[in-house]
Ligand binder design. Structure first.
Ligand SMILES: NC(=O)c1ccc[n+]([C@@H]2O[C@H](COP(=O)([O-])OP(=O)(O)OC[C@H]3O[C@@H](n4cnc5c(N)ncnc54)[C@H](O)[C@@H]3O)[C@@H](O)[C@H]2O)c1
Length: 284
């Protein structure tokens, strides 16, 4: 059972995962490279947990206990001290992640489980930076981590079965549903989502359907809670285009080649909600 967790990288996902852990009784240390990044991560968590208190979803004692389990540091050795599991959530860059895992492998006792939250990179390639690849595994949380219920658990070529069991048990202990995915680009879910987004853009590009009709079609005809076009505007057109490009480069499969509409929209600064205009127009 995982009693103490360390999260490396206090950005969107690292802070979200740390919040999930402390809300589920696990003592957690959040580590980033600079004090200001650590503070930003801690402040995000405090703000979300504080809102639950304000709305009466938590009482003061529970609120204080949750935040009492959370600690932020910049020093790596202090971060991993006593941790049964480490989850890495730094930028999506293979060289950076391999450096982090090489360091984690050096500073953590060999029983510590080392997880990566990568969305696209190969777990085997990350694990190969360590001397103990058997203890490395992927735990891919979805954004926002406190709300999304799924975690994809991805084995590398050498991941030990005891590490898989511990990762699956951890996901369940923090209220998530794990699924096992192969170490292939995009794992399970992002391979589907990228196809859906590309198909929506292709239909709009060819004039087959409007954004509104695509969104209504999938919401009312297939029970999707949100339409793919509104999701793309929320995520950012540049972000979706990068994800498709990464999958296309890694798989070489034409179906992941981004629709030309994305490049056109990026040139026109139609990046979605964040720029006031994407497929739809927003008031900023
Ligand atoms: N944002 C998403 O929607 C999403 C969803 C699922 C998975 N992911 C994956 O999660 C990971 C993190 O993504 P994010 O969106 O949270 O990134 P982010 O940019 O919000 O945060 C990354 C953090 O890592 C820190 N960092 C960089 N090098 C570090 C180091 N050596 N040690 C400690 N911290 C370091 C940065 O300072 C930054 O605070 C990526 O692999 C990404 O692909 C992201």
């Amino acid at each position: 059972m995982i009693k103490k967790l360390c999260v490396i990288g206090a950005g969107t996902m690292g802070a979200g995962i740390a919040q999930v852990a402390v809300e589920n009784g696990i003592e957690t240390t959040l580590r980033d490279v600079e004090e200001r990044f650590v503070k930003r991560g801690l402040d995000t968590i405090k703000s979300f947990v504080g809102k639950k208190l304000a709305k009466g979803k938590l009482n003061q004692a529970d609120h204080d206990q949750i935040l009492g389990r959370l600690k932020g540091v910049t020093d790596m050795e202090e971060a991993v001290a006593g941790a049964d599991m480490v989850i890495e959530a730094v930028f999506e860059d293979l060289t950076l992640k391999r450096n982090v895992f090489e360091e984690l492998d050096r500073v953590c006792p060999k029983e510590t489980i080392l997880c990566s939250n990568t969305s696209t990179l190969s777990i085997s390639k990350i694990a190969a930076a360590t001397k103990n690849p058997g203890r490395v595994i992927g735990t891919h949380f979805f954004s926002p981590a406190p709300l999304m219920r799924l975690v994809e658990v991805i084995c590398g070529e050498q991941t030990e079965e005891s590490v898989v069991s511990a990762a699956l048990a951890f996901c369940e202990a923090v209220g998530k549903t794990p699924i096992r995915a192969k170490d292939v680009p995009g794992f399970i879910v992002n391979r589907f989502l990228c196809l859906l987004y590309n198909e929506a853009a292709d239909q709009i590009f060819k004039g087959y359907a409007t954004p509104r009709d695509i969104d209504l079609g999938l919401k009312l005809g297939s029970n999707h809670p949100m339409g793919p076009v509104e999701i793309m505007d929320m995520a950012g057109i540049d972000v979706v285009n990068n994800a498709l490009n990464a999958l296309y480069e890694m798989t070489g499969e034409e179906r992941y080649k981004p629709s030309p509409l994305f490049a056109e929209m990026i040139r026109e600064n139609r990046l979605g909600r964040k720029s006031g205009r994407g497929f739809y127009v927003y008031e900023v």
